[in-house]
Design a protein around this ligand. Structure first.
Ligand SMILES: Nc1ncnc2c1ncn2[C@@H]1O[C@H](COP(=O)(O)OP(=O)(O)OP(=O)(O)O)[C@@H](O)[C@H]1O
Ligand SMILES: [Mg+2]
Length: 170
């Protein structure tokens, strides 16, 4: 049975960090094995993150990137729109569409080309790109809960569902 949805309490920053690390493990395992081919998917892995300002989208991506082996500073892409990283032969693209105004910018900026089999695409504020984006493997919605946060993770592809199952067993 594959999992379609998972809710994870994140009472403090350490919990966000742990989830980021677990996501990195799941993503890296799947890019190392032939899972992509088995599932008949040849586009890059993608995770979208929604939630209010300060809900922890960048914090979660930062933890994921760090665990995936990114060294050096991990900036929020809120100004540059895109921050890129390469770890061995895998590319990570961290995008923030908060300041994105005109959906036609999407075409012009060539974002579609980032969705390659050797790339992991992580997008904050996907709703601002207004239907221009391909369906992600995982949609993560972060919300405030007391002093902490809660993450609702939805699988939107078969591969995403396989990842969620792995994640729920960690
Ligand atoms: N589980 C948690 N509990 C409490 N605080 C947290 C938790 N996770 C992250 N934080 C804190 O919440 C803030 C989240 O900021 P972050 O920049 O990640 O938000 P964001 O969702 O990316 O916002 P924006 O929409 O502006 O890009 C940081 O100060 C971080 O330390
Ligand atoms: Mg952010």
């Amino acid at each position: 049975m594959s999992t379609a949805e998972l809710t994870i309490e994140l009472p403090d920053e350490l919990a966000t960090d742990t989830l980021g690390r677990q996501l990195a493990t799941v993503l890296l395992d799947s890019t190392k094995t032939n899972e992509i081919n088995e599932l008949g998917i040849n586009s890059g892995a993608s995770v979208y993150l929604s939630g209010d300002l300060g809900a922890g989208k960048t914090a979660l991506v930062r933890a994921l990137l760090r665990a995936a082996g990114v060294t050096g500073r991990i900036k929020s892409p809120s100004y540059a729109l895109l921050e890129s990283y390469k770890v061995s032969s895998l590319y990570f693209y961290h995008i923030d569409f908060y300041r994105f105004n005109d959906p036609s910018e999407w075409q012009d900026a060539g974002f579609r080309e980032l969705f390659r089999p050797d790339a992991v695409v992580l997008i904050e504020w996907p709703e601002k790109a207004d239907g221009q984006l391909p369906t992600p493997d995982l949609m993560i919605s972060l919300s405030y809960k007391g002093e902490g946060r809660v993450a609702r993770i939805e699988a939107q592809t078969k591969r995403g569902a396989a990842w969620l199952t792995t994640l729920s067993e960690m």
